[in-house]
Design a protein around this ligand. Structure first.
Ligand SMILES: Nc1ncnc2c1ncn2[C@@H]1O[C@H](COP(=O)(O)OP(=O)(O)OP(=O)(O)O)[C@@H](O)[C@H]1O
Ligand SMILES: [Mg+2]
Length: 466
């Protein structure tokens, strides 16, 4: 199985090879056309010169104009390797250049037919002489007589030029392939080096040192963005793990305090024989601590289930009015003890898609707080309403309210406000955190604000349909 790097290299190489092959082929084709064109033009020029001279001559004195050397001028290289022949309409030679010797240039019937129509004909002769030859036949009309001048030249030079060009193109392509391949390998090498760095570092980042971050390549490209995203994710994980660690530490602390109090009380009672009354009191106090402990364990368990997404209770269409009334009935004794009045403002039935048991727990916690922080003789109101696709639930009290800097913190696990800690108000700081976790698990929201007259207001929104 090829690695990603090898696959990328292979794709690059195939693309380069295809592009180079196409470019080399196009260049070769262009060159071939140009070189052939050049030979054709030279042959035609010579044929037309010969034709021009032929037109001025007497019909009975036709001859091929041999090399200019015969005229006493310098030797013309142009004519050196050209074979010239003048033919009549039947294709029969009338005159031939000396270099043709006994041979004659072919003048096929098809060629002559075209010549009669006044066309210039180019042909490539593969079986004439030793070398492939190019032949041009140009019609010449003198008076009534139609003749044709044929000029042939060897294609040998053309072919050797093209052969040399092909070799050159192959060498150039190989060099280009090598250099582009090397440049590509260098570039991808750098990219993969950066990725390897990130992978190495990611391997070394363990649970213990989540504060470390992946090395940034210093570029804003895909790798830079990937590293940024991974580092942001690491920051979120670090924060999440931190919250979890604090929660575990706080939970252990909360468990340890009542346990050590219980232990001390039991040890003291057992130190020497005591009156039955003392034992009863010790047992009662111990029972209180045990109740507190079991409540804490219950809540911790509820958190663990919510965190693990294991809240199994079925979500169903629930009439919130009933849940609120039941919660108020449960809380009535505590409210009465503090002389707090509980009221409900829900003129219409309000439904929500919720797990009834969990939402009852939310209501219990909100009412417990409202009663706990209400002044003697205060009033706690529960308001229910339907707003579009959402059910709203509001619990409002006439207590001291919540400081603005605490409005978000009250939902943290084990967070207790200064007034709660100093005022000897019972509690562990888990009620609102649990309420929030339950509401969020229902895709709802819970917000704390303060009423105009100073009391605390908790607004819960839950989905009604869906
Ligand atoms: N109705 C309220 N009025 C004023 N402060 C409140 C009110 N409700 C909550 N708070 C503040 O928010 C803190 C956290 O509340 P939360 O319900 O989470 O904990 P708790 O009531 O102190 O303990 P627990 O609910 O675990 O018994 C409280 O300690 C208190 O400072
Ligand atoms: Mg509470």
């Amino acid at each position: 199985m090829l690695s990603f790097r090898q696959r990328l290299g292979l794709v690059h190489l195939s693309v380069i090879v295809v592009v180079l092959a196409l470019a080399a082929f196009a260049a070769y084709w262009g060159l071939a056309r140009a070189v052939h064109g050049q030979l054709d033009a030279a042959l035609l020029a010579l044929a037309e010169t010969e034709a021009g001279m032929l037109a001025e001559e007497q019909v009975d004195a036709v001859h091929v104009h041999e090399a200019p050397a015969a005229r006493g001028g310098p030797l013309s290289f142009v004519r050196l390797d050209r074979l010239v022949q003048i033919v009549d309409t039947q294709g029969e030679p009338i005159a031939r250049s000396a270099n043709l010797g006994a041979a004659r240039l072919p003048a096929h019937a098809t060629t002559m037919a075209q010549v009669e129509k006044g066309q210039v004909v180019f042909e490539t002769l593969h079986d004439f002489g030793e070398e492939p030859t190019r032949l041009v036949t140009v019609p010449v009309r003198t008076g009534n007589a139609l003749r044709a001048v044929q000029v042939a030249g060897s294609l040998d030079d053309v072919h050797s030029t093209l052969k040399a060009a092909a070799v050159l193109f192959v060498i150039m392509s190989a060099v280009l392939l090598l250099s582009v391949g090397m440049a590509g390998a260098l570039l991808t090498g750098r990219v993969f080096h950066a990725i390897d760095d990130v992978v190495d570092k990611a391997h070394r980042i363990g649970d213990a040192d989540l504060s470390q971050r992946l090395p940034h390549p210093g570029t804003a490209d895909e790798i830079g963005r990937l590293v940024d995203t991974l580092n942001e994710m690491l920051a979120r994980i670090e924060q999440g793990v931190g919250v979890q660690q604090r929660f575990t530490a706080d939970a252990s602390h909360e468990l340890r305090s009542p346990l050590s109090r219980l232990r001390t009380e039991l040890e003291l009672a057992l130190r020497r024989p005591r009156e039955p009354q003392v034992y009863v009191e010790t047992l009662r106090s111990g029972l209180e601590e045990v109740e507190r402990l079991s409540l804490l364990v219950e809540e911790l368990l509820a958190f663990a289930r919510l965190d693990a997404g294991q809240e199994r209770e079925r979500v169903e269409r629930t009439l919130l009015n009933t849940l609120a009334e039941e919660a108020m009935l449960r809380m009535e004794p505590i409210a009465r003890a503090r002389e707090v009045t509980l009221a409900i403002d829900a003129p219409l039935p309000v439904h929500a898609k919720v797990a009834p048991g969990s939402i009852s727990l939310v209501l219990d916690n909100l009412l417990d707080n409202a009663i706990k922080f209400s002044p003697v003789g205060g009033r706690v109101t529960v308001t229910l309403a339907q707003q579009g696709e959402q059910a709203t639930l509001r619990v409002r009290d006439q207590g001291p309210g919540i400081r603005s800097d605490e409005l978000l913190r009250v939902f943290e696990r084990f967070y207790r406000g200064p007034s709660a800690r100093s005022g000897n108000t019972p509690g562990m700081g888990l009620g609102l955190a649990l309420a929030q976790a339950i509401v969020h698990a229902h895709a709802g929201t819970i917000v704390a604000t303060n009423a105009g007259d100073g009391g605390a207001v908790f607004d819960v929104r839950l989905p009604s349909i869906g």
